[in-house]
Design a protein around this ligand. Structure first.
Ligand code: AMP
Ligand code: ZN
Length: 469
């Protein structure tokens, strides 16, 4: 299995530290809002990497954090007049719902920054003891980048250029840094912010230290794969390497994987340009596995442009697979012959070739676009050879194959009835009509039908509210 390693800039054969096991860490979102479709890309991509590794028989320990203390969370908490934890808990819950709807499986562990402060204090102290860090006059602790020889090895950046550029970008208070590239490990609290006690000042951790600490705690000092979006290469991942390797004296991660960016209308997604979609926005129009299919139809390292046309194409592509599976299911339920008929065994052997094509694509740095093509080839083959004359054994084997390959991509081929927001609103309106007409039997029936489909209604003074349960 070959993986493109950002560290070496090459595709490398994957060799795990411990045979049969994979230790993998993916930087998770900062939880101050609903996740957007850009955040969904690393979730979907690295969940697919995990699924494929498991299919190959690896036991995968998959860790992904939630950054639950950060300037943006604190700002939102102040605006709402609540504790920062109220904001972070709320959006962690919402994020988990989106993940589930995109078939992104929960990680083995989802650590929270605020619950790992003790480990961070300990690692910062180690870095101070080893002279890789220093305390400034106001109690800020900085990492001393010049003390770490390998600084810059991941991003392959010219450090001198960065240093001279960085100097002009210093914000107030940062003039206490020894070097423009030094970064914060611990910083003093500001009025009204959450804080923790430490030997240096009452304050909170910098962002980078949390991943170094959680990765070590949940996966050990050396891990196989560390991943995230390409914007994290510098400075976040470069800084994680510096902290972890300086503190532990060991190689932090062997393979560094980074997904390309998701753009809209070929432009960077941004709130100010108004070209910004949350995953929840997309859920109003599509089953979220269409979003998943769309993401996987490109190579994870390529930039990907989001458009309505591509989503429609993804929906149609997915429908072809689902329809074929439904058809095979129907035929096998009605098949008259149990055992394989003459010639069917040879056809099944031919069909194995599609699985080989699928695996070849996935083993070439997770080329999901080509893997999807292999599934389409299998679908075409099934549509050509399956009929009401086929045996149940033949039809079930083809169906099992399509289901298995789809499942590796996180796609469910059994038709599920998912209600779009618009459908729900329409049913609620019908229920209101029924109530107005005092047809309470019908009103209750609509309520029960919605509940069966996972939608709970609540009658409030402001009208009917609904939620997915
Ligand atoms: P953040 O909450 O900004 O730390 O982002 C969480 C994850 O989403 C990180 O791995 C980011 O690299 C990734 N990410 C953010 N925006 C995009 C985007 N437009 N395309 C792809 N990945 C993104
Ligand atoms: Zn991280």
């Amino acid at each position: 299995m070959k993986i493109y390693n950002t560290l070496s800039g090459k595709k490398e054969e994957f060799v795990p530290i411990e045979p049969g096991k994979v230790r993998m860490y993916v930087c998770g979102p900062t939880v101050y809002n609903l996740i957007h479709i850009g955040n969904a890309r690393p979730m979907i991509v690295f969940d697919t990497v995990r699924r494929y590794m498991e299919y190959k028989g690896y036991e995968v320990n998959f860790v992904s954090n939630f950054t639950d203390v950060d300037d943006k969370i604190i700002k939102k908490a102040m605006e709402e007049g609540v504790d920062a934890s109220v904001i972070s808990r709320r959006y962690i819950e919402e994020c988990k719902k989106d993940m589930e709807a995109m078939h992104v499986r929960p990680a083995t562990s989802h650590p929270l920054a605020t619950e790992e402060i003790a480990g961070m204090l300990e690692m910062i102290q180690t870095l101070l003891d080893k002279n890789h860090a220093y305390v400034a006059a106001d109690g800020t602790v900085y990492f001393r980048t010049r003390s770490f020889d390998g600084y810059g090895k991941l991003s392959h950046k010219n450090l001198d250029d960065l240093r001279s550029g960085g100097r002009s970008l210093l914000v107030s208070g940062e003039d206490q840094k020894e070097d423009a590239l030094d970064f914060v490990l611990w910083k003093p609290k500001k009025e009204g912010e959450p804080y923790w006690e430490s030997d240096w000042c009452q304050g909170r951790p910098g962002w980078h230290i949390e991943c170094s600490v959680m990765s070590r705690k949940y996966l050990g000092e050396e891990i196989d794969i560390h991943a995230g979006g390409e914007d994290l290469i510098f400075p976040h991942h470069e800084n994680e390497i510096a902290q972890s390797e300086a503190a532990n004296g060991k190689t932090f991660a062997r393979y560094w994987m980074h997904n390309g960016f998701l753009n809209i209308d070929h432009k960077k997604m941004s709130k100010s340009l108004g070209n910004f979609f949350t995953v929840r926005d997309i859920a109003e129009q599509y089953d979220l596995q269409v979003l998943r299919f769309f993401m996987l139809s490109a190579h994870y390292r390529s930039p990907l442009n989001f458009s309505q046309e591509l989503m429609e194409a993804a929906g149609n592509g997915l429908e072809r697979i689902v329809t074929c599976a439904e058809n095979l299911k129907f035929l096998s339920e009605h098949a008259e012959q149990e055992q394989l008929l003459d010639g069917e065994e040879a056809l099944l052997r031919e069909a194995d070739g599609f699985r080989a094509g699928f695996e070849e694509a996935m083993e070439d740095d997770f080329n999901t676009a080509d893997a999807i093509s292999a599934v389409f080839d299998l679908v075409r083959f099934a549509n050509t050879h399956a009929s009401s004359e086929s045996s149940r054994a033949f039809l079930s084997a083809l169906l099992a194959e399509i289901r298995m390959l789809s499942d590796i991509l996180g796609l469910v081929t059994e038709k599920q009835e998912t209600l779009l927001d618009a459908d729900i609103e329409a049913m609620i309106a019908q229920r209101q009509e029924a109530r107005k007409a005092k047809d309470f039997v019908r009103a209750d029936a609509i309520r029960s039908e919605l509940l069966e489909k996972g939608i709970a209604l609540e009658d409030t003074r402001e009208g009917v509210k609904w939620k997915r349960v």
